[in-house]
Design a protein around this ligand. Structure first.
Ligand SMILES: [Zn+2]
Ligand SMILES: [Zn+2]
Length: 100
């Protein structure tokens, strides 16, 4: 049962990351950790299954950088930063040229 991408049964919003949710393996109901504080399913009283914290292994290590990239600022941020730095360089160039 995939937690990531499922819809929270409490708030009806998608559970984006598996670590943010838990699932009742019996009812196949997915909820956010924050939406359902109980450790057991309210319908069948079975314990929820949580996504285990990542265990270091070569596959995880290979996948982790991609996940980090997805959470990091997108290309727009990089372009904006480049433009701001370029403008600052141009402005400081003219300021220096004026002061000479
Ligand atoms: Zn929720
Ligand atoms: Zn259940």
């Amino acid at each position: 049962m995939e937690i990531a991408g499922s819809t929270c049964n409490s708030c009806k919003r998608p559970v984006t990351f598996a670590v943010d949710g838990k699932v009742c393996p019996n009812c196949r109901v997915v909820v956010h950790l924050g939406c359902e504080p109980e450790e057991v399913c309210g319908r069948c009283e079975r314990p929820y299954e949580k996504c285990e914290r990542p265990i270091p292994d070569p596959v995880r290590d290979a996948l982790l950088p991609r996940a980090l990239r997805m959470r990091s600022p997108g290309p727009t941020f990089v372009v904006l930063t480049t433009v701001v730095v370029a403008v600052l360089l141009i402005v400081s160039y003219y300021v220096i040229m004026d002061s000479i």
